[in-house]
Write a protein that binds this ligand. Structure first.
Ligand SMILES: Nc1ncnc2c1ncn2[C@@H]1O[C@H](COP(=O)(O)OP(=O)(O)OP(=O)(O)O)[C@@H](O)[C@H]1O
Ligand SMILES: O=P(O)(O)OC[C@H]1O[C@](O)(CO)[C@@H](O)[C@@H]1O
Ligand SMILES: [Mg+2]
Length: 444
């Protein structure tokens, strides 16, 4: 299937009393009903067996809506993530593969490490490969893969990027599933953003159509934090922390100069989560511009008027702008080429450079010289390793995915919903797109 479209995914919905809805995830037995089950090897593992109620009850579900009214519907629920008493794979039968796609994000290596360690130490799996040649989905077409063992991945969480490499574009469903089938892979772990999850959904559909005993598990990744349903995406916390450092530098520079203005451009193609959280955390930002909230430059209520006000009041200011903000204004003033990347994502124009230029050429004559400091820390933020909180989170995500695949679930992504790790069917995780509420944020 070409990039851009979406799979027609089978949905599995169960309804209960009080408006209860379970958006269930597919299971291998939906199309292979006579599969055998085995006791979960964790029950003999001293580290786990001492914990009471270690296994998740198969009927446990997690509510998406936690604010409810007395007579209101209970709403949508997801299957709770975690180890099950019965598994659908014997340890020596598992042949797992891991692939990373899309842009970089802090924590990618931690997720890879913890899938490998989780499979090995919890389930005794020894056949795990990384799809690394060229990186991303295109790696499936190559003969070469890398063998992953706990020893190989031991220190990778301390490094940024992904040891498997990554790429955009080049998703060919039949070729990928041929490769899965030819290699005898039966668990596929796909780490990536919205595009990647769409790609994983069509792989799952094709696997199912061919009747293969292959679990396809997605681990949602986006530094922008714009994956719906789950509480937050991994790497986001690290990104916000690092973004604050850039804001701090811009602030120090701006306040050291008469009428200094610091402009910091941060990532966020369609959403301003990094920009807004870094703004709220740093308290040094006077104006935060995000894609969800249109703005204009000239006239009453425009950005220039606000800059004038803040410089008068404070003698300096800091502006944070998400890369997707103001793209409509750029298109008006520069000739947009409508360029796309290899995955079909629109390539954005450099809003940091543009806005700095527009402020410079606007005459703030009565203020004298206005100094611009343009910080573009976007790739520096993306390329660092995960922080402590993201590393713990990545571990839980990886372990959830492993428990889910071992339990025979497929066609799912995982993540915390109101703090409880859950399995979310691909159709739900890719159907929506998240954005901040449409109110201007940050204009003091
Ligand atoms: N609709 C689709 N169907 C099949 N494959 C897709 C689809 N959309 C994207 N892909 C594939 O998924 C991979 C990653 O997509 P993309 O480059 O959009 O990154 P992403 O996963 O959205 O991550 P990021 O958050 O960094 O943008 C690419 O190899 C692309 O070909
Ligand atoms: O430079 P690349 O790899 O195209 O990625 C840029 C995009 O990736 C993202 O970080 C999402 O992963 C967006 O915020 C950004 O627009
Ligand atoms: Mg994307």
């Amino acid at each position: 299937m070409a990039d851009g479209g979406c799979a027609a995914i089978n949905t599995k919905i169960e309804e209960g009393e009080g408006g209860y809805i379970l958006e269930d995830v597919p299971h291998l037995t939906d199309y292979l009903p006579s599969l055998l089950t085995y006791p979960n090897p964790l029950q003999d593992n001293p580290a786990y067996s001492v914990v009471k109620q270690y296994f998740v009850d198969v009927d446990d579900t997690v509510a998406q809506k936690i604010v409810v009214h007395k007579n209101g519907d209970r709403g949508i629920h997801f299957r709770r993530a975690g180890p099950r008493q019965k598994v659908y794979f014997k340890s020596d039968e598992v042949h797992a593969c891991i692939v990373t796609c899309g842009g970089l994000c802090p924590g990618l290596n931690t997720v890879i490490r913890e899938i490998v360690c989780g499979l090995h130490y919890m389930y005794g799996v020894s056949k795990i490969i990384g799809i690394d040649f060229q990186g991303g989905y295109m790696g499936f077409y190559s003969k070469n893969t890398v063998t992953l063992t706990p020893k190989v991945v031991n220190d990778i969480h301390k490094r940024g990027g992904t040891v498997l490499g990554t790429s955009r574009g080049g998703h060919d469903t039949s070729k990928i599933v041929d490769s899965i089938q030819d290699r005898g892979i039966n668990q596929v772990y796909v780490i990536g953003g919205d595009g990647t999850q769409k790609g994983a959904a069509v792989i799952y559909e094709e696997v199912r159509r061919r009747g293969l005993k292959v679990s396809v598990a997605g681990i949602p990744k986006t530094i922008d934090n714009d994956i719906p349903v789950i509480d937050r995406s991994f790497g986001f916390d690290t990104a916000v922390e690092e973004a604050q450092r850039a804001i701090n530098a811009a602030h120090v520079e701006a306040e050291s100069t008469e009428n200094g203005i610091g402009v910091v451009k941060l990532m966020g193609r369609y959403s301003g989560f990094i920009a807004m959280y870094a703004t709220l955390a740093s308290r040094d930002v006077d104006c935060c511009l995000i894609p969800e909230s249109p703005f204009f430059l000239e006239g009453k209520g425009g950005l220039f008027q606000f800059i004038r006000k803040r410089l008068k009041e404070n003698g300096h200011m800091v502006i944070v702008i998400a890369e997707g903000a103001g793209q409509d204004l750029l298109t008006e003033s520069m000739q947009s080429m409508g360029q796309q990347d290899a995955s079909g994502n629109k390539q954005l124009q450099d809003v940091g450079f543009w806005i700095s230029h527009r402020i410079k050429v606007h005459t703030f004559a009565d203020f004298g010289l206005t100094v611009m400091i343009v910080a573009d820390p976007t790739y520096m933020i993306r390329a660092i390793p995960g922080n402590a909180s993201d590393n713990v989170y990545c571990t839980l995500l990886a372990q959830s995915a492993v428990h889910g695949a071992m339990a025979g679930y497929t066609g799912f992504t995982c993540g915390p919903v109101n703090g409880r790790h859950s399995y979310i069917p691909f159709n739900v995780s890719i159907a929506l797109s998240l954005s901040l509420s449409p109110s201007r944020i940050g204009m003091k």
